[in-house]
Design a protein around this ligand. Structure first.
Ligand SMILES: Cc1ncc(COP(=O)(O)O)c(C=O)c1O
Length: 306
């Protein structure tokens, strides 16, 4: 923060605190209707209930805050990254609140709502090939940074340690406190892998016996926005393959079905990846006699209704 002019430094610190109050502390909601089993309880953390409307508020805020503290993001610099949407919206919201310009590389086939939200938040969008997904967007962001390192702070959510650390510091303690330390299983899909890696590391510190289950789409041509099929995608640098106690696969059409069931039985309009997380949690529930299973609902349905 010392890289800002004197007055701006004071404003920025105050603003960081104010914005930080809108990050995290999301509700831990008991799933009771769409699935029930005696002695097993599934909870979903409703992650859209924070600034920018998704779980990515946590890593985006931490990445920006740490970059300011480390002097890597200061006046005149643009925040640059590749994102399929949610992290971009989080960067854009936080960037707008802090007065930081944001440039994002985005696959051209990202949903129209996401593109509209990003442009409404004032983002400079650079479109990449729809056939290369987030991998193509990552390659483009790296090129831009290489061409002009003075202009950009390259946030690089796939390699930035402050991504998963956000979940060690916020998601894991919130889950631990929210279940009064009774959580037995944590279930989450893999995108940048920040949610799974950070929450798992954080929960293992509280209780190393907590089982952590990683979810993946069951094939490379899936429709679970935000998730990666790690066997065929660029593996994020922050990923740690030793962390998962178990891997489960989720089918896209099953997740779309589950979106409807969650809406009609729980009253929650959620994204396909949230429904996929619940499918994973239910698979775990079927394996055990008793336990408290926690998963995350990364975002709501609003960006997925074409
Ligand atoms: C909708 C959605 N679900 C799940 C994830 C996966 O979260 P993570 O990147 O922390 O692995 C993302 C990530 O962008 C996402 O946008």
């Amino acid at each position: 923060m010392t890289t800002y002019t004197k007055n701006k430094t004071i404003n920025l610190q105050t603003r960081l605190t104010q914005v930080g109050q809108l990050i995290g502390n999301t509700p831990l909601y008991p799933i009771t209707n769409v699935y029930a089993k005696p002695h097993v309880q599934i909870y979903a953390k409703l992650e859209w209930q924070q600034l920018g409307g998704s779980v990515k508020a946590r890593p985006a805020f931490n990445i920006i805050k740490q970059a300011i503290i480390e002097g890597k993001l200061h006046q005149g610099k643009h925040l640059l990254d590749a994102t399929s949407g949610n992290t971009g919206i989080a960067y854009a919201s936080i960037g707008a609140a802090l007065g930081i310009p944001v440039t994002l590389c985005l696959p051209k086939n990202a949903s129209e709502q996401r593109k509209k939200i990003l442009s409404n938040l004032g983002v400079n969008i650079i479109y990449t090939s729809p056939f290369e997904g987030t991998d193509g967007a990552q390659i483009k962001a790296k090129e831009l940074f290489k061409e002009n390192p003075e202009r950009y702070f390259y946030a690089d959510q796939y390699a930035n340690q402050h991504n998963w650390q956000a979940h060690v510091e916020t998601t894991a303690p919130e889950i631990w406190l929210g279940t009064s330390g009774r959580i037995t299983h944590f279930v989450a899909g893999l995108g940048t892998t920040g949610t799974f890696v950070g929450t798992t590391r954080g929960l293992k510190k509280f209780n190393p016996n907590i089982q952590n289950i990683a979810l993946q789409p069951n094939n490379p041509m899936h429709g679970l926005e935000g998730w990666k099929h790690l066997e065929t995608a660029i593996v994020p640098k922050i990923y740690d393959e030793k962390l998962a106690d178990q891997f489960l696969e989720i089918d896209t059409l099953d997740a779309f079905d589950m979106v409807k069931k969650i809406a009609q039985t729980e009253g929650l309009l959620v994204s396909p990846s949230a429904a996929a997380n619940l499918l994973g949690a239910i698979q775990v529930a079927e394996q055990i006699e008793s336990g408290i299973i926690v998963t995350t609902f990364a975002d709501d349905a609003s960006k997925y209704q074409e």
